[in-house]
Design a protein around this ligand. Structure first.
Ligand SMILES: O=C(O)CCC(=O)C(=O)O
Ligand SMILES: [Fe+2]
Length: 381
């Protein structure tokens, strides 16, 4: 998946993994490679491909316990966007400052009063859940084919690193905006409300993207439309939705739903079904995102980090899984066109004492570079 290139933070030694019983080779080969079918098969031990490295296991703990902790240091900021729609310039400036600070310090935040109607978010989530509630055979009709480069559709991660590590999730991935670039043939037909809810969400979210990019431009002292233009504008900025489906996991202390990575996007917006799982790495610690009702989580991705010459941060994050509840999240990645734009720190932001810290690269080259680095890391482990 282009949205997931892993970076592993330094971590200490971890507890030993209990030895699972040996699974016969034939049995292993016959396993359906969907995490959902593995989870519902009643296994007590997860296959070794899903067991994370010793360093990673050392940092994984019970996500429900983690979410409860309120007194354990800094938390992901909550940014109230009411002010960006205000006529009052002072209100707007205050809101802009909050957005800017959260983007510079954390690169991730809970957006509240974002202007997208709550009933639309409910419809979108009900539709995605209803799709995943169908039998696996039904979902397989939409299966992607990563080997042939067809990444849109229903899928699970294929081992693409030297160590063959897998993630505890299945997903549905497709382009949702601009409308003329969508391939409606791969959109779920059931439930019937899926297309309407997803299209409407895409349109409303696209409006929010413009607004956020304007404020982030002004926050850097740039012209209002600058960042929007730099990432492709209305015609070329691409929004792709990935519905992440994390089944219950019998050994959540050994697995990850999504491994540590930064998003390559300009911005990413995440909704979820109020089951905790997202963690961000800051100040040498993993911080668990709280479940904030009605909010949308927003990440600054690598693209804005590059354009802002590192002023806006693309934060390392990952997803934990649990034994008790299925988690579903809806991530929308807002990405510049792959080849058309060369991403590099904006000239106006550079000074003699603050030279460019990122080399010029197209989005495609950036993806390639991250993949190369990841492969090198895996080979040297
Ligand atoms: O499920 C989540 O909350 C995060 C998912 C994520 O980081 C991704 O899909 O890139
Ligand atoms: Fe992500």
């Amino acid at each position: 998946m282009p949205t997931q290139v892993t970076v592993t933070p330094p971590m200490a030694a971890a507890p030993k993994v209990p030895e699972p019983p040996q699974v016969a080779a034939a049995e292993q080969a016959a396993m359906v490679p969907r995490v959902e079918s593995l989870a519902s098969s009643g296994i007590q031990y997860i296959p070794k491909e899903y067991v994370r490295t010793e360093e990673e296991r050392n940092s994984i703990s019970d996500v429900f316990e983690e979410e409860k902790k309120y007194d354990e240091g800094p938390q992901i900021p909550v940014v109230d966007l009411k002010g960006i729609y205000s006529e009052d310039e002072e209100e707007r400036e205050k809101c802009r400052e909050e957005l800017k600070n959260a983007s510079m310090e954390w690169g991730v935040m809970h957006l509240v009063n974002h202007g997208i109607p709550e009933d639309l978010l409910t419809r979108l989530k009900e539709a995605g859940k209803a799709f995943f509630d169908q039998p696996i055979e039904e979902k397989e009709k939409f299966a992607n084919d990563q080997a042939s480069g067809k990444i849109a559709g229903y899928g699970s991660k294929l081992a693409n690193t030297a160590c063959g590590q897998l993630e505890w999730e299945d997903y549905f991935f497709h382009l949702i905006f601009p409308e003329d670039k969508r391939d409606m043939s791969i959109w779920p037909k059931t439930p019937t409300g899926y297309t309407d809810a997803t299209s409407e969400y895409a349109r409303r979210l696209r409006g929010l993207v413009t607004k956020v990019l304007s404020e982030l431009s002004l926050g850097l002292g740039l012209e209002e439309g600058r960042l929007e233009e730099e990432v492709g504008g209305m015609d070329d900025l691409i929004m792709q939705m990935k519905i992440n489906y994390y089944p219950k996991c019998p050994q959540p202390e050994l697995a990850l739903g999504v491994e540590a990575h930064t998003d390559v996007s300009a911005l990413t917006f995440i909704l979820h079904n109020m089951v905790p799982g997202l963690q961000v790495y800051i100040g040498g610690k993993w911080v668990t995102a709280k479940c904030v009702p009605g909010s949308i989580i927003m990440h600054i991705g690598d693209t804005l980090e590059i354009l802002s010459n590192g002023k806006y941060k693309s934060i390392l994050h990952r997803g934990l899984v649990n034994k008790e509840k299925v988690r579903i999240s809806w991530a929308v990645f807002c990405e510049p066109p792959k080849e058309k734009i060369v991403l590099k720190p904006l000239q106006e932001l550079l000074t003699e004492s603050e030279p460019a810290t990122f080399p010029p690269r197209t989005f495609a080259q950036h993806l390639q570079h991250k993949l190369f680095k990841k492969t090198q890391e895996a080979l040297s482990n």
